[in-house]
Every structure is written in C-alpha cells, then in structure tokens.
Design a protein around this ligand. Structure first.
Ligand code: IPE
Ligand code: IPE
Ligand code: MG
Length: 258
C-alpha cells in the first residue's frame, strides 16, 4: 500500500469508532443548483463548488479506509437539462478528471466510471480513459463515478447480454441466477453499497443503482451537496453505525452471529 499523502487528518467529531464502517458508500450528490441560487449565483457555480466537496469526501473515505465510494454525477435523465448547463457540467467533469488524477495516483485510489460514455465528447472520453488507465493498479480504494448512468439502463443492458448468451446456447434459461444477473451489471466488480447518502432534501433514488441498493441503508439529508462537508459525512457514518442490518432475519439472529 502506498503512503497516504495529501490526505488531511481532520478532527473526527464525536464518532463512535466502535461502530461498523460501511465498506461501500454510494452518494447521490444533489442540490448544486439550489445551493447556487441561494447564494444569488448561476446554477453552474453550484456544480463548480460541488467539485470541492467531492475532493474532501474522497480524501475522507480514503482516510477512514472505506474501500469503495460511488458517486452519481450525471444521470441518463440529466440530458434533458438546458444545453448550456450540460456543457458546463461536461467541461467541469473533463477538467476535474484531469486535475484530480494526481490525487488519485498519490493516494492509491483506482478510478472507475460506469454508464454509457459514448454520448460524451471525445475529449471527456479520452480524459476518463487516461485516468482510469493510470490508476488501474491502485488498490487502497475504488472511486466509481456514474456518468450517463441509470439503474434501468444497467438492468436492461444486463438482460440483453444474458439473452444473447441464451440465444446462442451458451447459457440455459434455468441458469439465470441472481449471481448471473449481478455479473452482467456494470457494477459486477463492486460489492453492493452498504450506505447510500442523498443530499439536497429529496427522498428518492432517481434511477441510481436500482438492483444494487436492495439491502443498502439509506441516509437522506437536506444539506445541499456543496455544503456536505466532513462533519456532515461523519453524521451519516455515525447514523449507519447505529443501525442493525437484518437482511430478512430477526434481530436476535443477528446478535447471535455478531
Ligand atoms: C446535482 O445537483 C448535480 C446533477 C444532477 C448533475 P442539481 O443540479 O440537481 O441541483 P438541484 O437539485 O437542481 O439543486
Ligand atoms: C440525481 O439528481 C442525479 C444526480 C445527482 C446525478 P437529479 O437532480 O437529476 O434528480 P431529480 O430529477 O431531482 O430526481
Ligand atoms: Mg437535483
């Protein structure tokens, strides 16, 4: 494991360190536009400020040894936004993936991207490809960015790939198990999220990791994404640590196996 560099060591506010840490945290980073409007700024200023929040949360996850962080940055549905906002968002993604590559390399973080990238500009696709390649052997943490991603898109892609295998006789219909479906999703090399955080006050999933969130603990906060700092992240981690995950069992069974 490489040295932990450029990772701040914040004072951890009141955290129950005995409690379980999630292995995989997924985040719906919402509220950038409303944050900006609240400050009297154009919506795009919120997206710019949101990049700073991403950097801090990435560093904090790495600091805690959280193995997987998956961030929803652009949904299939976000294409219906005004063209100018889409342009700012894609330019920002392109610039951030380039400028943050050093942080990922220095901190042994692997970048991975899920979603249909073919609709993005060639320069964004090239930046993604380059940073993913440079970080592909990093092992301390996997940062996954969901871009032009949708949970339904992920599931129907998996269905099509499986159907093709059935069609050519590579797979029997009775062999389509939970594991087979999982292995055809674009998250096939990630564990399911333990904790999903959604900022920005909406209580919905908005077509994120629909299959993968089956037993994920959900945490919703009114805080807009640009204001979601380490202290607020710690509140979500502490909340998670207090929960009993039963996976269909009863509480006593969970205590017995603990
Ligand atoms: C989340 O913030 C970023 C993206 C969806 C790209 P929003 O842009 O949705 O901000 P609000 O929800 O309108 O405030
Ligand atoms: C969810 O935010 C998608 C991302 C954060 C990328 P949206 O702002 O697009 O979600 P809705 O439209 O409010 O459900
Ligand atoms: Mg939104």
């Amino acid at each position: 494991m490489k040295e932990l560099s450029s990772v701040s060591s914040p004072v951890i506010p009141d955290r129950n360190l005995q409690g379980a840490l999630p292995h995989h945290v997924a985040v719906i980073m919402d509220g950038n536009g409303r944050w900006a409007m609240q400050q009297g700024l154009p919506r795009t200023a919120g997206h710019k400020k949101g990049v700073d929040a991403v950097r801090e949360i990435v560093k904090h996850c790495r600091h805690h040894g959280i193995g997987y962080l998956t961030l929803f940055a652009f949904s299939n549905e976000n294409w219906s936004r005004p063209q100018q906002e889409i342009r700012v968002l894609t330019d920002l993604l392109c610039a951030s993936i380039d400028t943050e590559a050093r942080l990922l390399i220095d901190n042994d973080i692997k970048l991975s991207v899920i979603g249909d990238l073919t609709r993005f500009t060639e320069s964004l696709q090239a930046s993604i490809e380059s940073t993913c390649r440079q970080t592909r052997n990093n092992r301390s943490m996997t940062l996954t960015i969901a871009l032009n991603y949708g949970g339904q898109w992920d599931i129907y892609n998996a269905c099509q790939a499986i159907a093709k295998k059935v069609e050519c006789g590579e797979l029997g219909a009775a062999e389509i198990t939970h594991r087979v479906i999982q292995s055809h999703l674009c998250t096939h090399d990630l564990p399911d999220p333990d904790l999903l955080i959604r900022t920005g006050g909406e209580i919905r999933i908005s077509n994120f990791l629909l299959w993968q969130l089956a037993y994920t603990e959900l945490f919703f906060t009114d805080t807009y994404w640009p204001d979601f700092d380490i202290g607020r992240f710690e509140i979500a981690l502490n909340d998670y640590a207090e929960r009993q995950r039963r996976f269909g069992n009863i509480g006593r069974q969970i205590k017995e196996t603990a």
